[in-house]
Design a binder for this molecule. Structure first.
Ligand code: KIV
Ligand code: ZN
Length: 518
């Protein structure tokens, strides 16, 4: 058993799959670059056969990221495996095809409509087929924790014999418990004859709030890859939060046989923020490690204790995971070079044209607020790059609101060098703004979620608005906008969602075939 635990991040696949999280190519690439800085061993960049957008994302990430393995998901069918191989080609020998096939009685009968013998054969054939394209194959027995153990062992053995280098035992529906999961991993170690030829991986969902405990139990049992997402985003109650797993392994190393990992934990907080911003999924304040309150002590007794000796009330050093790494804020007097250099320090890799767009917005923001903090700057990047790549551009927003007025908004939007203006009343200023945008763009949507957050500290902080809008597409669209004025930020966010919906509607979905077999 090697004592290194590999971290496999699926924020861009399982994480992005959940309602409310949706990222475009630029956002996915930004997340991937940050995961690379975090020292992730494997980045699962998407599910290439599912849509042209996913294929492009996997292909681009496989071309751009140089220091991590890149995985692409595939069902156990030829078309999926071929699409994954093609999308991953630029990663060369860092490419991993991740094949999944359900093994539980429930899934085999009602989803796959296949007998156990057929599934066993299919697993071996799928892995062997993928092996023609790449050497690094991960096989996942979907719903493994509700699979009969002797059958699970047979499938895992067949997958390894066919060439799988990692075998994943997912708790797909978040059903297992730490003791049970520990026993499953031990069972496989003891009953699969070729288990030493592959790394055992675990993949936990959080339906019962046990994902971290289950992952840690699996590591104690000998699993050496942990799959999860940043901030725990993912289907339903989410995937395991990798930042929590690594900090538990490090903080209680003696409980886990002092296993090692490659992560650069100082990048954790920054990674969390980038994922929150890019996915539109906010982090709850009290979340372990990365929540705003994770290291905040409001009680006098705690504060006193902390001042005398940090360990009295803290089990980790907040700076070790990247809290408190703030630089001097920029001001409106800061020049383009200073802004560009700070952008680079913050990990934003932008073209000269993009830096110009950000700098233009920065100047406007600098006029209305004294200090532009790092988080304000990241919000500006997000906002201005959305705007510059959008179809519609916000030119102005005016509104009348108040207890004795009928809320009314007038909006100016530009498209292909033409200015369009319209106005609308509404049930509040934000509603009036959204309706005016709908009138101009002819894009009607139902608002499913609206949130506003301060990007940094102080009364003049940039307000970051995130909206989730249903335009009748397969998934609600997330839009984001930032401004010192919350109504303007709302207009920017809604317009961003409109632009994304137009783009998404133009994107053909790949023809997803049935799981018929190899
Ligand atoms: O939860 C799950 O089973 C998965 C597999 C595709 C690994 O996400
Ligand atoms: Zn999953």
């Amino acid at each position: 058993m090697t004592d290194k635990v590999h971290f496999f991040d699926t924020t861009l696949r399982d994480g992005e799959q959940c309602p409310g999280a949706s990222m475009n190519l630029r956002e996915k690439l930004e997340v991937a670059r940050q995961l690379e800085r975090l020292g992730m061993d494997v980045i699962e960049a998407g599910f290439p056969c599912i849509s042209d957008g996913d294929f492009e994302a996997v292909h681009t990430i496989a071309s751009e990221i140089k220091n991590c393995k890149i995985a692409g998901l595939a069902r156990c069918v030829k078309g999926d495996i071929e699409a994954a191989a093609k999308a991953l080609a630029p990663a060369g020998d860092r490419a991993r095809i991740h094949i999944f096939l359900a093994t539980s009685p429930l899934h085999m009968e009602f989803k796959l409509k296949k007998t156990p013998d057929e599934v066993l054969k299919l697993a071996a054939e799928g892995v062997a087929y993928a092996k023609q394209f790449v050497n690094d194959i991960e096989f996942s027995a979907e719903d493994a924790t509700r699979t009969e153990l002797p059958f699970l062992a047979k499938v895992v053995e067949a997958a390894i014999a066919a060439g799988a280098t990692t075998v994943n035992i997912p708790d797909t529906v978040g059903y297992t418990t730490p003791d049970e999961y520990y026993n499953i991993i031990r069972y496989l170690k003891e009953n699969v004859s070729n288990i030493d030829q592959a790394i055992i991986s675990v993949h936990c969902h959080n339906d019962l709030g046990l994902a971290v405990a289950n992952s840690l139990a699996a590591v104690r049992a000998g699993a050496r890859q942990v799959e999860g997402t940043i901030n725990g985003i993912g289907e339903r109650a989410g995937n395991v939060a990798l930042e929590e797993v690594v900090m538990a392994l490090r903080t209680r190393a003696e409980q886990f046989n002092h296993v090692q990992d490659n992560l650069n934990i100082k990048e954790i907080v920054r990674t969390s923020r980038i994922v929150a911003r890019m996915s539109g999924m906010q982090v709850q304040r009290s979340k372990a490690i990365v929540g705003e309150n994770a290291f905040a002590h409001s009680s006098g007794i705690h504060q006193h204790g902390i001042l005398n000796c940090r360990e009295t009330y803290e089990v980790m050093d907040p700076q070790a995971v990247g809290w408190g790494a703030t630089e001097l804020p920029l001001t409106k007097h800061s020049g383009r070079a200073a802004v560009k250099s700070r952008l680079e320090q913050l990990g934003h890799i932008l073209t000269e044209e993009e830096v110009n767009a950000v700098f233009e917005r920065f100047k406007k923001v600098g006029d209305s607020k004294k200090f532009v903090y790092d988080d304000d700057l990241s919000a500006i990047v997000d906002d201005s790059l959305h705007a510059s790549s959008g179809l519609w551009e916000l030119k102005f927003v005016q509104f009348i609101a108040g207890s004795n007025n009928r809320p009314t908004a007038t909006i100016g939007l530009a498209k292909e060098n033409r200015l369009y203006e319209d106005c609308s009343t509404g049930n509040g200023a934000v509603d009036a703004v959204f309706k005016a945008i709908e009138r101009i763009t002819k894009c009607k949507g139902t608002l499913k979620g609206y949130s506003v957050n301060a990007a940094s500290e102080g009364k003049d902080a940039l307000g970051e608005v995130t909206v989730r809008v249903d335009f009748g597409l397969p998934k609600p669209i997330v839009g984001k906008g930032a401004s010192t004025d919350v109504i303007e930020a709302s207009a920017r966010a809604f317009l961003n969602a409109v632009n994304r919906s137009i783009r998404m509607a133009q994107m053909p979905m790949a023809n997803v075939s049935d799981e018929k077999g190899i």
